[in-house]
Design a protein around this ligand. Structure first.
Ligand SMILES: *[C@@H]1O[C@H](CO)[C@@H](O)[C@H](O)[C@H]1NC(C)=O
Ligand SMILES: *[C@@H]1O[C@H](CO)[C@@H](O)[C@H](O)[C@H]1NC(C)=O
Ligand SMILES: *[C@@H]1O[C@H](CO)[C@@H](O)[C@H](O)[C@H]1NC(C)=O
Ligand SMILES: *[C@@H]1O[C@H](CO)[C@@H](O)[C@H](O)[C@H]1NC(C)=O
Ligand SMILES: *[C@@H]1O[C@H](CO)[C@@H](O)[C@H](O)[C@H]1NC(C)=O
Ligand SMILES: *[C@@H]1O[C@H](CO)[C@@H](O)[C@H](O)[C@H]1NC(C)=O
Ligand SMILES: *[C@@H]1O[C@H](CO)[C@@H](O)[C@H](O)[C@H]1NC(C)=O
Length: 229
């Protein structure tokens, strides 16, 4: 017989393991469920279908989801979650099975939307720039999700000037405004700046990944010393 302390320790380990299994879908053989595909990347408004299957005799299976929920079904070994048009940004579908206790497995789902528009402009300034002074360029990315997978790159001609990522875990579409400080010299006269917004959706996402470019912004640079005639 285990003594009291060791029993308690064992119980704690089991609890931790159970928690780990529920947090990390697909890593624990103890959950007698399999999702096919286990992970999906879908554009907002598109159809989705995922199978959940089991090899154990059970008292019922179902899908819990804010869209396309499948109530408990008896005497089945697989159950399919289907929606015609996925319209919940924050959906978290979970397949469950009742054996003697309930097991569950969550689907790894990413709902995305490429930006409606990406535009570049100069802030608080119009006309030619003066060499050596500081100016601010602005890039506006409209209506994109999820922002944590967004990369915005600034280009001057073909040269990558700056890249930016976001840590915001918001799943809903957002607008983002980014700025770039420039201090042009006379060689920059006629230079073209642009920004590009790319969603880094990984190998399960569309290939190539969605990319939206701004129109180019031409800058005109005048020399520092303008002599009066
Ligand atoms: C789900 O299972 C059904 C029936 O076995 C099959 O026709 C379908 O292709 C499967 N779907 C996926 C996404 O695996
Ligand atoms: C069920 O059994 C088949 C064949 O042995 C195996 O490929 C599959 O992974 C099993 N599914 C689950 C959920 O254990
Ligand atoms: C499931 O199978 C059992 C045993 O075969 C049967 O008694 C029961 O009526 C079935 N349930 C449904 C909902 O078909
Ligand atoms: C979910 O899928 C993404 C890729 O689509 C992957 O980067 C991530 O690690 C997966 N998360 C889990 C918990 O499996
Ligand atoms: C942004 O993320 C992408 C993909 O994850 C990575 O390749 C890139 O280096 C990151 N850029 C910055 C500036 O962190
Ligand atoms: C983003 O900007 C557009 C246009 O200005 C506006 O219609 C929309 O409501 C904004 N979206 C968010 C999430 O703020
Ligand atoms: C920017 O420069 C390019 C090439 O020099 C030219 O084709 C284009 O018309 C210019 N755009 C504007 C808005 O001036």
């Amino acid at each position: 017989m285990l003594d009291h302390t060791r029993q308690r320790d064992l119980f704690r380990i089991l609890l931790a393991l159970l928690y780990f299994c529920r947090q990390m879908p697909g890593t624990c053989a103890a959950v007698p469920l399999q999702l096919d595909p286990p992970s999906i990347v879908v554009p907002f408004g598109s159809p989705v279908s995922v199978n959940c299957s089991t090899n154990v005799t059970n008292k019922g299976m179902g899908w819990e989801a804010s869209q396309g929920q499948k109530d408990l079904m008896e005497n089945v070994t697989f159950i399919t979650w289907t929606v015609k048009s996925l319209e919940h940004w924050d959906i978290e579908p979970i397949c469950y099975i009742n054996v003697n206790e309930q097991y569950m497995l969550s689907l790894n789902i990413t709902v995305y939307k490429p930006p409606d528009q990406v535009s570049i402009s100069t802030v608080g300034h119009t006309g030619p720039m003066i060499e050596g002074r500081q100016y601010e360029l602005q890039c506006a990315v409209q209506n994109v999700a999820p922002v944590h997978l967004l990369t915005v790159n600034w280009y001057k001609g073909q040269h990558l000037v700056k890249g930016e990522n976001f840590s915001d875990m918001n799943k809903f579409p957002v607008n983002k405004t980014l700025t770039l400080q420039i201090s042009p010299h006379r060689g920059d006269d006629g230079a073209q700046y642009r920004c590009e917004a790319e969603l880094q959706l990984g190998p399960e996402g569309p290939q190539p990944p969605p990319l939206v470019k701004s129109d180019p912004l031409n800058i005109t640079v005048h020399c520092k010393f303008v002599f009066p005639y």
